[in-house]
Design a protein around this ligand. Structure first.
Ligand code: MF3
Ligand code: CO
Ligand code: CO
Length: 272
């Protein structure tokens, strides 16, 4: 029997959260989203990615949070910054971003024990149309996945919506990384796949919290991790993009915990 009063466990040990827990995620998600908003004017040609990491660290501290990434499995930085062919887990460094680059910045803040995990794409100066298109396809794929979230649908419905759209746009879905349950735990059950068959996998229930964070490639889906143990890149060195929101299943749909309070990056997806 489960005597942990914080959680009830059901549906293959996917945690079910209370209304109070939603309030906790709202606060954490907001700080994460505001951090990504804050960075927008600093993502310019010539900026060191370590400088963006410094800004994020100070912002999170000033807002009563902690970075969940700092010291996570030995990771030494606040955010992940993944330019061009870097799929995810790019390490901030002295390297600068250059005109025409695209980059994902992924932040996870802990506020009052809750984790807000979100990432978006940034354009450095003027970027090529094919890079812009990849960003749009990735955002739309995530939005279509989020639009599947309501009690009674399955995790496979989310996955299938993402894969179907991305592949119809002649892009590919990365298989090696997935979304995850989120809440008091950074990476919780279940694995949220971004490819698969509709109607498969666990059913969504009110109170489940998880991320949807598809990585979409212009070329092949294959990735490899560099010798630093973190940086994941496309094997064919073609461009890749990612968008991530943390969300909760409501009575009749989904709540996005990491939506930009001022509507930055992209309009909110039409949900429900
Ligand atoms: N934020 C990433 C995710 O979406 C995880 C980064 S872990 C780190 O799950 F250690 F690399 F920062
Ligand atoms: Co995540
Ligand atoms: Co993340």
């Amino acid at each position: 029997m489960n005597t942990d009063s914080d959680y009830m466990l059901r549906s293959e040990t996917i945690r079910i959260h209370t209304d109070e827990d939603f309030a906790g995620m709202r606060k954490a998600g907001r700080v994460a989203a505001e951090c990504l908003d804050m960075l927008i004017p600093y993502v310019v040609p010539g900026v060191k990615t370590s400088y963006l990491d410094d800004l994020a660290r100070e912002f999170i501290a000033d807002h009563g949070g902690l970075s969940a990434c700092l010291f996570y499995r030995g990771y030494q930085h606040t955010v992940c910054i993944s330019p061009n062919h870097v799929v995810c887990h790019g390490i901030p460094s002295d390297k600068t971003l250059r005109e025409g680059d695209i980059a994902n910045i992924d932040v996870t803040c802990i506020v009052d024990g809750w984790h807000g995990d979100t990432s978006r794409m940034y354009e450095v100066g003027v970027v090529a149309p094919k890079a812009k298109r990849l960003i749009d396809v990735t955002y739309e794929a995530m939005a279509l996945g989020l639009a599947q979230i309501k009690p009674g649908n399955t995790f496979g419905d989310i996955a299938a919506a993402i894969q179907k759209y991305a592949e119809a746009q002649r892009c590919s879905v990365v298989r090696d990384f997935c979304g995850h349950g989120v809440g008091r735990v950074f990476h919780d059950n279940p694995n949220v796949l971004h490819f698969g068959k509709a109607g498969t996998g666990p059913r969504l229930e009110k109170g489940m919290f998880f991320t949807v964070e598809p990585m979409i490639n212009l070329g092949k889906p294959d990735v490899k991790v560099l010798n630093d143990g973190w940086t994941a890149v496309t094997r064919d060195k073609m461009l890749t993009a990612q968008c991530e929101h943390s969300c909760g299943v409501t009575d009749d749909g989904v709540e996005l915990f990491t939506a930009s309070p001022t509507g930055q990056f992209k309009p909110l997806p039409v949900l429900g």
